[in-house]
Design a protein around this ligand. Structure first.
Ligand SMILES: Nc1nc2c(ncn2[C@@H]2O[C@H](COP(=O)(O)OP(=O)(O)OP(=O)(O)O)[C@@H](O)[C@H]2O)c(=O)[nH]1
Length: 621
């Protein structure tokens, strides 16, 4: 099922003004913003920053359950979650107030380069209010539809959310989707209308939308400018007043939920845990409910926002735990940890993420296979929504078939492999899953986009629900929607199951022989254009040979596109005049070795490069 939210044509201009005022004494040094495209510098900064902070242990026993609030910030993409998080970190003295604080919780290089959050991040904030010291655990979550899995996981560690809505753009597709995730999890929702400093901001209109769509009284909305810091203190107070403390028991045996994990090459898996019962400290023997393996805890602590070791973690608190887990299978997200010989009922896990887009991934050079394998394994610890299956192709060698939640997710995973693991890969054109019913015609009945619902959010905005075939939107739908609506429409989707469709299997033939790597499933109406594009790309990348080559796209016995590569004789000895026989032999030997890298289709030699050019994603072309 799809939800489209289109909006009217009024818009505002962002004001680039920073808050002036007295700088608060924070516990940490200000974070420099890493420069674009400078991975080494970024990593060096990150390491220095963490090691300086990791010296003294903190006593977490001073935070009783009543003084703890676990909350998350959810919103549509770009509505200001990360900016609000920066202000909350400053207000609580977690970081110094400086104009360099931009997306402090977005630690990954890919997040800073793209200006989006892809990983949920946790920060424990210490805040004094009305004579009491509170522990506020903030979880910053991604806004883009591809990462909604991160949002739902983070919510399991929270009792409430700040629902941030842009005062100019109003309710958008992911505002609705994220609200319902929080609503279904029975969390307290605090609506926050952000960017009230914008010239065209209309917070009163957005208040009415929130009342109409979510049934939240408009006087519950807090109007802020995260950029200028206006009213942000009221947000912190609302967190304390409106979100209940967690319902937990410290006297019960340990019951900790692993809600996220990252991988450190020296210390192994760092599990982000939310303690529902009990206490955990260094030296404890813990058991994973999933694997039943026993591990000894080496370190516990809170994220502040970097690692801050603690003596113990207590029920109601959110922190990290390192226990020598080295393997992907030992660090399952959604797992429950308990003390050895004190088994507990496991907490409900998470629905596993359902991949929507699949692509082949191969090392550029087969000798890199093992390195790439280990990089993929480590990155999937940090991003468990990616599915991995071994695959192999005659042309590209041994590799994997990876499943992603969407195209942006696929691009981000690829970019993280390059930036964090220095791995270069060949990524093939993404496809979506199909269920095929084989019949003599191989043809299945089609269904096109069907409108299901239309709701007017206000006079400028309408929410439309459609049923769409996934393959129609997986490659360029989002871009087309954005450009058609000049960026004003937004969308979100959920899986509506399989539908029958008129799909055909398209073969690519070289002089009548089928090239197995290039077999594709396409919609009947698109077969001609897709077939033509593949034939043209093959023609450009196939070297001429001693005879003419016919490149054809065919559905069954029907040819739907054709290109021809003219004959040519490559004489490697052409430049070799004179009679030096050893030099001639050398050239012929090198040519023979080169041929080993070729894949024979019939009597046609196809170099690996040609496959790569045809199979690589459109964006890589
Ligand atoms: N004028 C104005 N701009 C703001 C305000 N808050 C955030 N912004 C800007 O809006 C843009 C998006 O802000 P982010 O905080 O990165 O948004 P986000 O919701 O975290 O985005 P994702 O992590 O990608 O989902 C940035 O350019 C911010 O500077 C505000 O109160 N006023």
């Amino acid at each position: 099922m799809w939800t489209l939210v289109g909006r009217g044509w009024s818009h505002g201009r962002a004001l680039a003004v920073w808050a002036a005022g007295t700088a608060q004494r924070g516990r940490l040094e200000p974070l420099p913003t890493p420069t674009r495209g400078a991975p080494a510098e970024f990593r060096a900064w990150d390491r220095l920053y963490t090691s300086a902070e990791r010296k003294e242990k903190i006593d977490m026993s001073r935070f009783s359950v009543e003084n703890i609030r676990n909350f998350s910030i959810i919103a549509h993409v770009d509505h200001g979650k990360s900016t609000l998080a920066d202000r909350l970190l400053e207000l609580t003295g977690t970081i110094d107030k400086t104009k360099n604080n931009k997306q402090v919780l977005d630690k990954l290089q890919v997040e800073r380069e793209r200006g989006i959050t892809v990983k949920a991040q946790t920060a424990s904030l210490f805040y004094n209010w009305e004579g009491k010291q509170y522990l506020l655990n903030l979880i910053d979550t991604p806004g883009h539809v591809d990462f909604s899995y991160e949002v739902s996981r983070s919510l399991s560690a929270c009792q409430g959310v700040l629902l941030v809505v842009d005062a100019n753009e109003g309710i958008q597709a992911q505002t609705v989707a994220n609200f319902f995730l929080a609503f279904e999890a029975q969390l307290s929702v605090i609506p926050v209308i952000n960017k009230i400093d914008l010239k065209n901001a209309d917070p009163e209109r957005v208040e009415k939308q929130i009342e109409k769509v979510f049934d939240i009284p408009s006087d519950e909305c807090i109007k802020i400018s995260a950029k200028l810091g206006t009213n942000v203190e009221r947000v912190l107070q609302a967190v304390i007043e409106r979100i209940p403390p967690p319902k937990v028991h410290r006297k019960n045996p340990l019951r900790a939920l692993v809600f996220d994990s990252t991988f450190d090459q020296y210390r192994g898996v760092i599990a982000n845990v939310a303690l529902f019962d009990g206490v955990v400290s260094k030296g404890d023997k813990i058991v994973s409910a999933h694997t039943k393996k026993i591990h000894e805890v080496n370190e516990v602590g809170v994220l502040n926002p970097n690692e801050q070791p603690a003596h113990k973690l207590y029920a109601g608190q959110v922190g990290y735990l390192i226990a020598g887990m080295k393997d992907v299978t030992e660090a399952q997200i959604g797992d429950t940890l308990y003390l050895h010989k004190q088994p507990v009922e496991p907490l409900p896990g998470f629905k596993s993420a359902k991949p929507m887009v699949f692509a082949g991934m191969y090392p550029i050079d087969q000798s890199e296979y093992n390195n790439l394998k280990s990089a993929i394994e480590k990155l999937t610890i940090n991003d468990s929504s990616v599915t991995v299956h071994r695959d192999s192709s005659l042309a590209l060698g041994a590799g994997w078939r990876l499943g992603f939640l969407g195209l942006l997710h696929m691009e981000v995973f690829n970019q993280r492999l390059e930036q964090e693991y220095n791995a270069s890969v060949i990524l093939t054109t993404p496809t979506v899953p199909y269920k095929a019913v084989l019949s003599s015609a191989k043809l299945i009945k089609a269904r096109r986009a069907v409108q299901k619902n239309m709701i007017f959010i206000d006079q400028n905005r309408v929410m439309l629900k459609y049923l769409f075939p996934l393959n129609e939107i997986v490659v360029d739908f989002y871009d087309s929607l954005k450009s058609l609506s000049s960026g004003y429409a937004s969308f979100d989707y959920e899986d509506a199951g399989y539908q029958t469709a008129e799909l055909v299997k398209m073969d690519i033939l070289l002089n009548g022989n089928i090239v197995e790597e290039l077999i594709t499933i396409v919609h009947k109406d698109k077969a001609h254009s897709v077939g033509k594009a593949i034939c043209e790309r093959l023609k450009d990348s196939l070297p001429r040979q001693l005879f003419e080559i016919a490149i054809q796209a065919a559905i069954g016995s029907k040819i739907i596109a054709r290109e021809t590569v003219k004959a040519y004789r490559k004489n490697v000895l052409a430049k070799c005049y004179g009679g030096d026989i050893t030099r001639k032999m050398k050239l012929l030997k090198r040519q023979a070795e080169g041929k080993k890298k070729l894949r024979k289709v019939g009597n046609i030699e196809v170099p690996r490069d040609a496959f790569i050019k045809v199979l690589k994603t459109q964006s890589d072309k």
